[in-house]
Design a protein around this ligand. Structure first.
Ligand SMILES: Nc1ncnc2c1ncn2[C@@H]1O[C@H](COP(=O)(O)OP(=O)(O)OP(=O)(O)O)[C@@H](O)[C@H]1O
Ligand SMILES: [Mg+2]
Length: 247
């Protein structure tokens, strides 16, 4: 079992989009659990018709099993632990728990069933005690970014957060990459210079296939499997699996 968090404290960079598409791709031959840790419920609503509450209980009360929020999905190899806005209301309650209880409750989420090979965690664009605990307890953390000079400058903040949590930084990958834009090509070089091998070779292009597919409640490979965008999704999932030693 490998738990993989997708995190960036910046909003809208593609955490949810990546989780959805990578989960679909990895589920071709492995059981995947998606854990939605974001009260916006975006990945929950993508996978399940009606997100179930309960994750907030499992995080704050040791006797509550995470499976209260477990939903099957239309994909035989993917289940989801859904989030609801109730998750936003328990941050201070969680913070008030003893450190051991915080850690145990998060570990309970990540290990509640051994039937999954991959656990992909969709995190919110916020750093709070819950996010921190999840980052520390996952096996790997990947960071999607959108290229801009601000994002390149901000990347050290994100890697510092990950290092501060004692987590293993799997790498950073560029989403919404415009390969015909000289500025993006230059920024990509800067990212590689700053992160070395921690900058993934795979990127996801800025693409209507990726954007629109989610609106139709399908992944990019399902929506238009023959496109460059779908090929990029497959490459990203493969590279992530290789880094996590599971390919
Ligand atoms: N490669 C892409 N090409 C075009 N649009 C994209 C791409 N990736 C994501 N988007 C769009 O960008 C928006 C933000 O994406 P997404 O919700 O995945 O980001 P996020 O990091 O999870 O956001 P949040 O921080 O709010 O949770 C969405 O409208 C999504 O459809
Ligand atoms: Mg999101």
């Amino acid at each position: 079992m490998k738990s993989i968090a997708f995190y960036n404290n910046k909003g809208g960079v593609g955490k949810t989009t990546s989780v959805i598409n990578v989960a679909y791709q990895l589920a071709a031959d492995k059981k995947v659990l998606v854990i939605d840790m974001d009260g916006q419920s975006n990945s929950s609503r993508f996978f399940a018709d009606e997100p179930k509450a309960g994750l907030e209980q499992a995080l704050t009360r040791s006797i509550v099993n995470p499976d209260v929020a477990l939903c099957p999905t239309r994909y035989p190899n993917i289940d989801v632990l859904t989030a609801t806005p109730a998750l936003n209301d328990i941050v201070s309650l969680f913070y008030a728990l003893p450190e051991d209880a915080q850690r145990e409750n998060v570990e309970k989420l990540l290990s509640f069933s051994d039937k999954y090979y991959y656990i992909l965690v969709d995190l919110p664009p916020a750093l709070n005690k819950i996010t921190e605990r999840v980052i520390s307890s996952c096996d790997y953390v990947f960071v999607p970014i959108e290229l801009s000079s601000f994002a390149i400058q901000g990347i050290s903040t994100v890697t510092d957060i990950i290092a501060g949590c004692g987590a293993r930084f799997g790498g950073c990958f560029v989403n919404k990459f415009d390969r015909e834009n000289p500025s993006d090509i230059q920024l990509m070089e800067m990212l590689k210079a700053s992160l070395g091998t921690k900058a993934l070779n795979s990127t996801l292009p800025f693409s209507r296939v990726i954007k629109n597919s989610v609106s139709y409640k399908v992944t990019a490979p399902e929506y238009m499997g023959w496109t460059f965008a779908a090929e990029c999704v497959a490459n990203l999932a493969k590279e992530i699996a290789e880094i996590c030693g599971g390919a």
